[in-house]
Design a protein around this ligand. Structure first.
Ligand SMILES: [Cu+2]
Length: 267
């Protein structure tokens, strides 16, 4: 009994010290204690008004779908600039036409010391070229973004024609770390109002039906995602085993199914 108690005490202590190591990194620039040192530098550029704009993401490679992006702004002396006006303008050039994408404009996070925003990359760079302009106090830093396809047999974002004549984009929200059993799952819904305008849509009812495609079965006790505002929908998915799962999502308004969307995951 005593031994077990000691062991659990030790493992609790180990857990705490590991967690501390991993989560709390002192930012050399700001001296702040932050998780943000985990972010990967994508690229940097200098604006015409002499601001150095560094663009970071959670991973070194960017792939289609929900992509949190983090911006650090410095003056030429390397001092962090924390009160800049910062905005994103993503653009995909497909040759015959250009379009933007759904996004969340960056907001300064006083804890992480980064401007934090999000872009939904709706297509891979194989179909054209993505550029992200980061405006800082009225001048832009420009980044070429190489957007990879999602891994084989996965699909994290889809564009759909609704039965109401509108176009919708349905996106799986990152981060996700799947395990067998119940998992939290979130989606975003945007309307493609024009090539440049993608407002969030929060008033759908979603019916979710996960199916394991290769074995032809579903799973019980799923919780269909419900609107949390700002285009976010949150639910629970029950993966009864590892493998290929298709999350069928019916987007319903006033009793009519407007969109049959799906997201494919594999783990
Ligand atoms: Cu495109």
């Amino acid at each position: 009994m005593k031994k077990i108690f000691l062991l659990s005490l030790m493992s609790a202590f180990l857990f705490v010290s590991c967690k501390k190591d991993k989560d709390e990194t002192v930012d050399p620039m700001t001296g702040g204690t932050t998780a943000a040192a985990q972010y990967k530098l994508i690229d940097k550029d200098t604006t015409d008004n002499d601001l150095i704009v560094e663009l970071y993401a959670n991973t070194e490679t960017i792939e289609m779908g929900y992509t949190p992006l983090y911006v650090k702004i410095k003056d030429l002396g390397g001092n962090a600039v924390e009160n800049a006006m910062v905005s994103f303008m993503p653009m995909m050039d497909m040759g015959t036409m250009q379009h933007s994408s759904p996004l969340e404009q960056p907001v300064f996070n006083s804890t992480s010391k980064y401007y934090e925003g999000m872009v939904v990359f709706t297509m891979a760079s194989s179909a054209g070229s993505w550029e992200l302009d980061v405006m800082a106090n009225g001048e832009s830093a420009t980044f070429d973004i190489n957007v990879m396809m999602n891994p084989t047999n996965t699909k994290y974002v889809g564009s759909y024609n609704g039965t109401d004549g509108e176009k919708y984009i349905v996106t799986l929200v990152r981060p996700f770390k799947w395990s067998v059993g119940m998992n939290d799952v979130s989606f975003m819904v945007h309307k493609k109002e024009s090539m440049m305008s993608f407002p969030t849509v929060s008033d759908f009812t979603i019916a979710m039906d996960p199916q394991m495609t290769s074995m032809g079965h579903g799973s019980p006790n799923n919780v269909s995602p419900v609107s949390k505002g700002n285009g976010y929908y949150k639910g629970k998915v029950n993966y009864t085993m590892t493998g290929d799962w298709r999350l069928n999502l019916d987007l319903i308004k006033a009793g009519d199914t407007i969109v049959n969307a799906y997201i494919d995951v594999l783990f």
